[in-house]
Write a protein that binds this ligand. Structure first.
Ligand SMILES: NC(=O)c1ccc[n+]([C@@H]2O[C@H](COP(=O)([O-])OP(=O)(O)OC[C@H]3O[C@@H](n4cnc5c(N)ncnc54)[C@H](O)[C@@H]3O)[C@@H](O)[C@H]2O)c1
Length: 245
C-alpha cells in the first residue's frame, strides 16, 4: 500500500488481539511500530515480533501518555485500545461507568490531543479509530461502552472537519463480533456460550465470526496515501451483519 513505508505508526492496545494483528500488518508494509499498551509483556512481545518499540502506559492517564510520547514523531495514530464489562444498564453502578469511559472515550481523546499538534505542524497525518458496531446498531449488555464508542464516531466526524485543510484524515473502523477474548467474555463459557456463538454465525450473512486478521487491511488502507481523500467516514467490518448507511 502506498505511503506506509518508513512511517511511524502508533497502535494503542497493540498487545491485544486486533491490535497485534494491526501491528503485524503495518510491519509488513515497512512501517516503524510503536506498540502502546498498559499490558507490558504483551506490548513487548508484539514490539519484538514487529521490530518496533513498546510504549507501556495507560491511555486514560494524560500525563503518562504525554511522557511516553515525548520523544516520538507520529505519522499514523491507531486508537485501538478498548475494554468492556457486560451488564444490562439498570444493573450497573455509576462508579462502574468511570473505567469504561476512561478507556473507551477519555483515552482516545487524550491520544488525539497529544498527537494532533505534531500532525498539524507537519501538515500531514492519518488517524484511524477502532470503534464498534455496538455504536452503530446497539448491543444488549454494552450500554456505557456503546455510548463511548458512539462518542468516538461523533468526535471523529467533527475533528475530521477541523483538521481536513491540514491534510489530516480521521476515520473510524467498526468491527462486528470478532473472535477475541472480549467476545468470548461477552458470550460466556461452556455450552451456553457456544450456543450464542452458533446463533451469531447463523445471523452473519458470511456465516462466520470475524477474526482479528479481518480488520488490519482496512486500517492500513485508511492510513495509506491511497485514502488521502477519505475522511470522517465510518466503515464496518462485520461479514455483512450490519449494513449501516
Ligand atoms: N472483539 C470484538 O468483538 C470487538 C468488536 C467491536 C469492537 N472491538 C474493539 O476492538 C478493539 C480491540 O479489541 P480486542 O478484541 O482486540 O481486545 P483485546 O482485549 O484483545 O485488546 C485490547 C488491548 O487494549 C489494551 N488496553 C485496554 N485498556 C487500556 C488502557 N487504558 N491503556 C492502554 N492499553 C489498554 C489491553 O491491555 C489489550 O491489550 C477495542 O477497541 C474493542 O472495543 C472489538
Amino acid at each position: 500500500m502506498k505511503g506506509l513505508q518508513g512511517k511511524t505508526v502508533l497502535v494503542t492496545g497493540g498487545g491485544g488481539a486486533i491490535g497485534s494483528a494491526i501491528c503485524r500488518r503495518f510491519a509488513e508494509e515497512g512501517a516503524r511500530l510503536l506498540v502502546a499498551d498498559r499490558a507490558a509483556e504483551a506490548a513487548q512481545r508484539v514490539a519484538k515480533e514487529c521490530k518496533g518499540e513498546a510504549l507501556v502506559f495507560d491511555i486514560a492517564n494524560y500525563g503518562a501518555a504525554k511522557s511516553a510520547l515525548a520523544a516520538h514523531q507520529i505519522d499514523v495514530l491507531i486508537n485501538n485500545a478498548g475494554w468492556d464489562r457486560f451488564q444490562n444498564f439498570v444493573d450497573t453502578k455509576p462508579d462502574e461507568w468511570e473505567q469504561l469511559i476512561d478507556i473507551n472515550l477519555r483515552g482516545p481523546l487524550n491520544m488525539h490531543h497529544l498527537v494532533l499538534p505534531q500532525m498539524l505542524a507537519k501538515g500531514r497525518g492519518r488517524i484511524v479509530n477502532i470503534s464498534s458496531d455496538a455504536a452503530r446498531v446497539g448491543s444488549s449488555g454494552e450500554s456505557v461502552y456503546s455510548a463511548c464508542k458512539g462518542g468516538i464516531l461523533s468526535f471523529t466526524k467533527t475533528l475530521a472537519r477541523e483538521v481536513a485543510r491540514k491534510n489530516i484524515t480521521v476515520n473510524v473502523v467498526c468491527p462486528g463480533p470478532t473472535d477475541t477474548p472480549i467476545l468470548r467474555s461477552f458470550l460466556g463459557e461452556g455450552e451456553a456460550g457456544q450456543k450464542v456463538y452458533d446463533a451469531l454465525v447463523r445471523a452473519i450473512p458470511m456465516k462466520r465470526v470475524g477474526q482479528p486478521d479481518d480488520i488490519p487491511g482496512l486500517v492500513a488502507f485508511l492510513a495509506s496515501d491511497e485514502a488521502g481523500f477519505i475522511t470522517g467516514q465510518v466503515i464496518s467490518v462485520s461479514g455483512g451483519l450490519t449494513m449501516a448507511g
